[in-house]
Write a protein that binds this ligand. Sequence first.
Ligand SMILES: [Zn+2]
Length: 248
Amino acid sequence: MRLDLTNPGAAVNTTQKPAVTERPTTTAVNPDAVASTVKTEPSAVEQLHAAEHPLKRDLPEEMLSPKIIALMNSQTKAAVAEAIGGLMEKLLPTFEKLAAPSPKETAELQKEEETKKRNTREWESQKVQLAETKLAERLKQKNCSHLDSNGHERLNCVSNFPDHQKRAFCSGCALWIFPREYRVLPPTVRTIPEAEGFIRELIRQGEITGATPFVDPKTGVTTHMLVDEHPLYFRVKAIESRNAMGII
Ligand SMILES: [Zn+2]
């Protein structure tokens, strides 16, 4: 650093590079003016320039103030957001179109829905029809004497069951007369209370007169029930006795 004799009080860089904070004074070139006044006011043009370019006054051109950087950042963010928003607005109808089912898919879904409804209706109808048929059959079996008009048995003995027990079938009312036998419980019935509920329902429908749940000792699951013999099973025994004695 050295003192600039032409401009007392101002520091000058030895590398001769003009300091960025320095502003040339109009009075520095005239020694007489320096002697007469310490510092003169800037001209009107300079004041106007300084007022129009306040940020450039004390900063180099290649350097941006934090305020300018923040402004540029916010403007960049706004521009990017606007660009993405515009792009999304253009693509949104395409996305909605892709997400919506095609006419073919809509038709298939509608067809599937109609099939489900039809199956449900048919199943309900079949259940009602089955219940009516069963009720009519029970009524017929209840009123049947299992004898023909001549007083002969209409019960036919069947002996080819796996447990070798005799059973009888009425040709008049399609009644099966069964002995004390094991029957498999449905898979949904797994505990004794469930089995007892299932048995109560069978008794209510007139299928059986009573049964005992059987629990598998290995798994602890009720798998079978031991059904009491049919109330008319004594007739099967009587027929078998007569057959054994050769009496038809
Ligand atoms: Zn009968």
